[in-house]
Ligand binder design. Structure first.
Ligand SMILES: Nc1ncnc2c1ncn2[C@@H]1O[C@H](COP(=O)(O)OP(=O)(O)OP(=O)(O)O)[C@@H](O)[C@H]1O
Length: 670
């Protein structure tokens, strides 16, 4: 069958199914998909046969949109990173959109970036159902529930190779905030297998909702509870926000589920004493005298027993200084120790060598290439180099070549004259090359720069002259470039994806920043990060077991991941001592498992013996299968092995849950 015939057949199938009455059962086509096809045809007047790309925001609008959501993105980062890590190796991108379907943030493995970019699953693209028809993100928004849209369930012909699972993220009042989505291009897996991905996405959406809930009610008290005492103050706990006079202001979805209440409005405004009777006194008393003490209480209506405590939220470290990196000066983060090359290097020989070499060349107009895995601190290192240079009072300007759409790199780098293109700002834009003149231009993820842009950059490096878009005049620039990448540029050159001449032009010297698992000062780094992230006002201790747990982990996300894990531990710890139960390390899957065997276990950098391997759960070769196993087991534990509640929480039928329990051979004593 030719492509055209296939597309024609796809369009005919949609039209015939959508034209039938609601009551008809279609084997294998979910109701929400049929509803969506009907909306696309009759409300949005889309044609499944006609190709149509998602609209993409102009740079300025994207910048503004991301600024509005910056606090939310930061808040969600640990969960986004953990979801990406759980799905790594299985071809999925993790995507966060606003409540209209505009992509705010995406995380995708390097080797798949082009594929996703071509599919339009990229920052700034609009996946609202009314523009691009049935798809995971847009249909999740229209239906306000988790959905899976698999291959030819997509409405438009060009999307029929995609498979997407998305979940809404709601605010504490039940309004749609954002959408979390996991998508892959060209999977041959069946639709049934996507249900695993959806369960995983739903779980992470709930975690983000939980964080957001606490953030929103940071000035109020929150009753945090669960039917199992060991699940209190852990992800997936129930939460009720309380007013000064102990009325319920808001409830998260777990609270509604545990209390068996369908309509949030039945709970909001109710007095807590009507819900828990006399137990309120002991909860209030404990919250004043013995903050954090978990007490049993009963739900008046059902008699069900819960455990909980009334909590006053303390704003965690990640919410401080939620500012966008200023374009023309060093970001706030680069202060104190983190902006001093020697301090950044710590006591690690490889880092010390990198810092020594950096200090030698920093004022010699030698282009520097920083090589290191993601999260090893390349950005901070480049800022520290700038601060150590004679140009320290001039602008430090950063451009991440991977995080902006290909179509925007040109205007970001070269700038434009007013009216250069539709949507351009009236006053024009100077562009990063001109802004950085005299200071430092940090080109992050240079390996992701499109080839045509590489040629233009090379010309500018050679001539030191820039012509902004739509302008005729040359502007002279004084450039000092620090480029960084975690990709293998030589391999990219061999594949024809990176220009060899640009590589030599940028690489006056390569400085290598080692991954965390190779650093010999990991113990000290952990203690320093804990000190920096401790915003509790009290001195926090960490048990030797917890330290050893952290030392054994291979840290695929490096310093960024370590910071997130420590932040979470600080937020979960109610007393003065962080122990293993506060440390939430994502299960390793795919290639990250291998790192586990080579990570250093302490400052003497001895390689771990087999029995010292990281405390990760056994996983099979198939990352999705292992992820599903973990999600189901955790949910069963959370809901006290109650099949009905677990199935509801995972958004699947009881029968499906039973089948999956059998498939994974999950037993209660696991
Ligand atoms: N020495 C350090 N101590 C504590 N935190 C650090 C240190 N170096 C970097 N970080 C933190 O780790 C995170 C990642 O750092 P950075 O953005 O510099 O890494 P990167 O290598 O540029 O990452 P990517 O390749 O993903 O862009 C940041 O939150 C940063 O503050």
């Amino acid at each position: 069958m030719t492509h055209n015939q296939k597309f024609r057949q796809h369009a005919e199938r949609i039209s015939s199914v959508a034209s039938l009455n609601d009551g008809v059962e279609f084997l294998g086509i979910e109701r929400e998909i049929i509803r969506s096809w009907q909306r696309c045809l009759s409300d949005d007047h889309l044609d499944p046969f006609k190709p149509r790309s998602p609209n993409v925001l102009e740079p300025q609008s994207l910048h503004e949109l991301r600024s509005r959501f910056e606090a939310f993105i930061r808040l969600s980062e640990p969960e986004l990173a953990n979801l990406a890590s759980a799905l790594s190796g299985s071809g999925y991108a993790v995507i966060l959109t606003d409540n209209k379907g505009l992509i705010l943030h995406h995380q995708v493995e390097d080797n798949l970036a082009d594929e996703f970019r071509k599919a339009g699953l990229w920052q700034g693209a609009d996946w609202g159902e009314e523009h691009v028809g049935t798809n995971g993100i847009g249909t999740c928004i229209s239906e306000m529930r988790p959905v899976t849209v698999h291959r030819d369930e997509h409405f438009l012909r060009q999307n029929i190779d995609l498979s997407c699972s998305a979940s809404p993220i709601l605010d504490p009042h039940g309004n749609l905030l954002t959408v979390l989505d996991a998508s892959c291009c060209g999977t041959e897996d069946s639709r049934a297998s996507q249900i695993h991905t959806r369960a995983l996405v739903v779980s992470y959406a709930r975690l983000i909702e939980g964080r957001y809930f606490l953030r929103e009610f940071r000035n109020q008290r929150v009753l945090r509870f669960h039917s199992r005492v060991e699940c209190v103050a852990l992800p997936n706990e129930a939460m009720l926000a309380l007013s000064e006079d102990n009325r319920i202001l808001a409830a998260n979805i777990v609270a509604l589920q545990l209390l068996g209440i369908q309509d949030r409005n039945m709970l909001v405004g109710m007095s807590l004493s009507d819900l828990v009777g006399n137990d309120l006194d002991s909860l209030l008393f404990a919250s004043k005298s013995n903050e954090g003490t978990v007490l049993p209480f009963r739900h008046q209506e059902s008699g069900a027993r819960f455990f909980g405590f009334i909590y006053k939220y303390k704003e965690p470290a990640p919410l401080r200084g939620l500012t966008i990196k200023p374009a023309t000066q060093s970001p706030d983060e680069c202060r104190g120790e983190l902006c001093n090359l020697n301090k950044l290097a710590g006591e690690d020989p490889q880092m010390l060598e990198a810092a020594k070499r950096a200090l030698r060349v920093v004022d010699k107009r030698i282009p520097i290439l920083l090589q290191g895995e993601t999260g090893t601190g390349k950005d901070l290192f480049s800022q520290a180099m700038h601060k150590a240079s004679k140009r320290k009072d001039k602008p430090f300007v950063a451009l991440n070549c991977a995080s902006i759409p290909e179509s925007l790199i040109e205007s970001e780098l070269f700038g434009y004259k007013h009216g250069a293109f539709t949507g351009a700002r009236k006053e024009g834009r100077r562009g990063k090359l001109i802004e950085s003149s005299g200071g430092t231009l940090f080109l992050d993820e240079i390996g992701d720069m499109p080839l045509n842009m590489q040629s233009r950059l090379l010309r500018v490096l050679e001539t030191e002259e820039v012509v902004p878009l739509g302008a005729e005049q040359l502007i002279k620039v004084d450039l000092n470039i620090v480029a960084a990448t975690h990709r293998d540029l030589i391999q990219l050159i061999n594949e024809g994806a990176f220009r060899e001449d640009l590589y030599y032009r940028l690489n006056g010297i390569t400085l290598y920043l080692p991954p965390l698992r190779e650093r010999q000062d990991l113990r000290n780094i952990i203690l320093k990060v804990l000190e920096a992230e401790n915003d509790t006002g009290k001195k926090l201790q960490i048990t030797p077991e917890a330290i050893s747990h952290l030392l054994k982990y291979p840290w695929p996300g490096n310093l960024r991941q370590l910071r997130n894990v420590i932040r979470t531990a600080v937020a979960l710890c109610d007393g003065d001592v962080i122990d293993v139960s506060h440390i939430n390390l994502p299960t390793l899957v795919g290639r990250n498992q291998n790192h586990a065997h080579t990570c250093s276990t302490d400052s003497s950098a001895s390689k771990p013996k087999n029995e010292d391997l990281p405390p990760v759960e056994a996983v099979s070769d198939n990352p999705l299968r292992s992820a599903e196993h973990t999600v189901i087991l955790n949910a069963l534990k959370t809901y006290n092995w109650n099949i009905t509640r677990t199935a509801e929480a995972l958004d699947m039928s009881r029968n499906t849950l039973y089948r999956k329990i059998q498939k994974h051979n999950i037993k209660q004593d696991n």
